[in-house]
Design a protein around this ligand. Structure first.
Ligand SMILES: C[S@@+](CC[C@H](N)C(=O)[O-])C[C@H]1O[C@@H](n2cnc3c(N)ncnc32)[C@H](O)[C@@H]1O
Length: 390
C-alpha cells in the first residue's frame, strides 16, 4: 500500500481560534504512549473537556489524511468494516461513504457522547450502513463476540488498550478469512528518532554554509547564531567531530523550545513556509493542539512529556522546511532520523511487537510522512478460524 500525495487539503481546513480543549485528546490523537496510558488509568473516558464541538473540530483536522488512507484501502462494495475507537467518527464516515450504501461499518467507542454523535451524523449524512456502538474500555468488549469483519481499522487507538497482545488475540477471531487489520499510528515513539543525526544530511557542508549565512535577526540566526559563531570562527573543517557534535547539539536543543512561535500566528502558520501539503497538514494540527493545551502560557517543567514531544516534532518540520536542500529524503528520513540507533528502535516498535504477540503477521508497512505509518496485518496462518471472542 502506498499513500499518495494530493493537493493541499490543509488550506481548506478550519483551525480553531478558541483556546481550551481536552488535554488527553492532545496527546492521544498523536498516538504518544505516556499520556495515553495516564489517561486510560485515570478515567474511563479520555476526553477531559465538556465542549464536544472542540473535540469534533480537532478530529476533523485529520480529514485530508483520512481520505488519503481510505482511498488506498481497496474497499469493495458489501464489505464489513469495524472502526475501533472511532472518536468523532471521521474515519467511519469516510469508510461508510466509500462503500456507497452497501456493506456495514460498525464504529465503536467507550465515550457515550461520541457514540451518540456518530449515530446522529450517520443519519444526517444518509450513511445507513454506519452504526456506532458503545463498548467498555475494560478489556475486549462482548459486543465483538461472534462478529466477523473483512477490515478492522484502528486509528490512533493503540495507546488506550491495556494488555494489547491479549486484546489482539481476541480481535483475531473477528476477522473473516482473508481479512485485514489496518492501524494508523505515530511511526516511532523514541525520543532518539526525533533528533537530527549526521546521517540525515545529504549535504552537510552545504548545511553548515547555510547556517553561517543565516541573518542574525532571522529565527534561525537568533537561535543558532550565537552558540555556533565561536565554533565557526575556529576554522575547523566541517567534518571535524567537534563541529558535527556541536552543531547537532544546538540544532537538536532548539527542537525542545518554543522555536515555532515566530512562524505562527495564533493557531495558524504564517505564509511563505516551504512545507509540503502533508507537512503543513500535520504541522497545523500540532500547532492547533499545542495552542489548545495552553502551551504558551505554561512553564516548561509543567508541560507533559507528550506536549514537549509534539513541540519537538513541529519544530523539526520547520527545520526541515528551511534546510530541505541539505537533508536526505528517502521516504522516511529526515522526519524520523535514519541513523542506525534510531532505526534500531523503530524496528522494535510496539505496534508490530504487540500485534505479532497477538497472532497477527505484518503484510505491509507504509510510511505516512511526516511522522505516521500505516500498518496492515492479517491473522497468522490458520489462527483466526477456530477461536471465538468472549
Ligand atoms: C485518539 S482518539 C482517536 C479517535 C479517532 N480514531 C481519530 O483518529 O480521530 C482514541 C479514541 O479511542 C477511544 N477508546 C479508548 N479505548 C477504547 C476501547 N477500549 N475501545 C474502543 N474505543 C476506545 C477513545 O474514547 C477515543 O475516542
Amino acid at each position: 500500500m502506498r499513500i499518495q500525495s494530493r493537493s493541499d487539503g490543509a488550506s481548506r481546513r478550519r483551525i480553531l481560534a478558541r483556546t481550551c480543549a481536552a488535554v488527553a485528546v492532545a496527546a492521544s490523537c498523536f498516538g504518544l504512549p505516556g499520556a495515553a496510558r495516564a489517561a486510560t488509568d485515570a478515567s474511563p473516558t479520555i476526553y477531559k473537556n465538556d465542549d464536544l464541538s472542540l473535540i469534533i473540530e480537532t478530529q476533523e483536522l485529520k480529514r485530508p489524511r483520512i481520505d488519503k488512507v481510505v482511498a488506498s484501502l481497496g474497499l469493495k462494495p458489501g464489505m464489513k468494516i469495524l472502526d475501533i475507537g472511532a472518536g468523532t467518527g471521521q474515519q467511519s464516515y469516510a469508510l461508510a461513504a466509500a462503500l456507497k450504501g452497501t456493506g456495514e461499518v460498525d464504529a465503536t467507542d467507550i465515550e457515550p457522547r461520541l457514540v451518540d454523535y456518530v449515530n446522529e451524523q450517520a443519519r444526517k449524512k444518509n450513511l445507513s450502513n454506519l452504526h456506532a456502538h458503545l463498548v467498555s474500555g475494560d478489556g475486549f468488549d462482548a459486543f465483538y463476540s461472534g462478529r466477523r469483519y473483512d477490515l478492522i481499522v484502528m486509528w490512533e487507538v493503540y495507546n488506550y488498550l491495556a494488555d494489547r497482545p491479549d486484546y489482539y488475540r481476541r480481535l483475531r477471531a473477528c476477522l473473516n478469512p482473508g481479512g485485514r487489520v489496518v492501524m494508523v499510528e505515530a511511526e516511532q515513539m523514541s525520543q532518539l528518532g526525533r533528533g537530527f543525526f549526521r546521517e540525515d544530511f545529504s549535504d552537510w557542508d552545504g548545511f553548515l554554509s547555510a547556517l553561517k549565512r543565516e541573518p542574525a535577526d532571522s529565527p534561525f540566526g537568533a537561535a543558532l547564531g550565537k552558540p555556533l559563531r565561536g565554533l565557526f570562527a575556529r576554522g575547523l573543517g566541517g567534518d571535524d567531530p567537534l563541529v558535527v557534535r556541536t552543531v547537532l547539539f544546538h540544532v537538536n536543543r532548539l527542537l525542545e523550545t518554543r522555536f515555532y512561535k515566530p512562524f505562527s500566528d495564533g493557531v495558524r502558520l504564517k505564509p511563505g513556509l516551504d512545507l509540503t501539503p502533508d507537512e503543513r497538514t500535520q504541522a497545523e494540527w500540532m500547532l492547533h493542539r499545542l495552542t489548545l493545551d495552553h502551551v504558551d502560557q505554561r512553564e516548561f517543567p509543567r508541560l507533559e512529556y507528550q506536549l514537549v514531544s509534539m513541540m519537538g516534532l513541529l519544530n523539526k518540520l520547520l527545520v526541515v522546511s528551511h534546510f530541505r536542500p541539505y537533508l536526505r529524503f528517502d521516504g522516511r528520513s529526515p522526519y524520523w532520523s535514519s541513523a542506525p540507533e534510531a532505526v534500531w528502535l523503530l524496528r522494535r516498535d510496539g505496534h508490530l511487537r504487540d500485534m505479532e504477540a497477538g497472532g497477527f503477521r505484518l503484510l505491509d508497512e507504509s510510511p505516512f510522512v511526516p511522522y505516521q505509518a500505516v500498518w496492515t496485518f492479517a491473522a497468522d496462518d490458520g489462527a483466526h478460524a477456530d477461536e471465538d471472542a468472549p
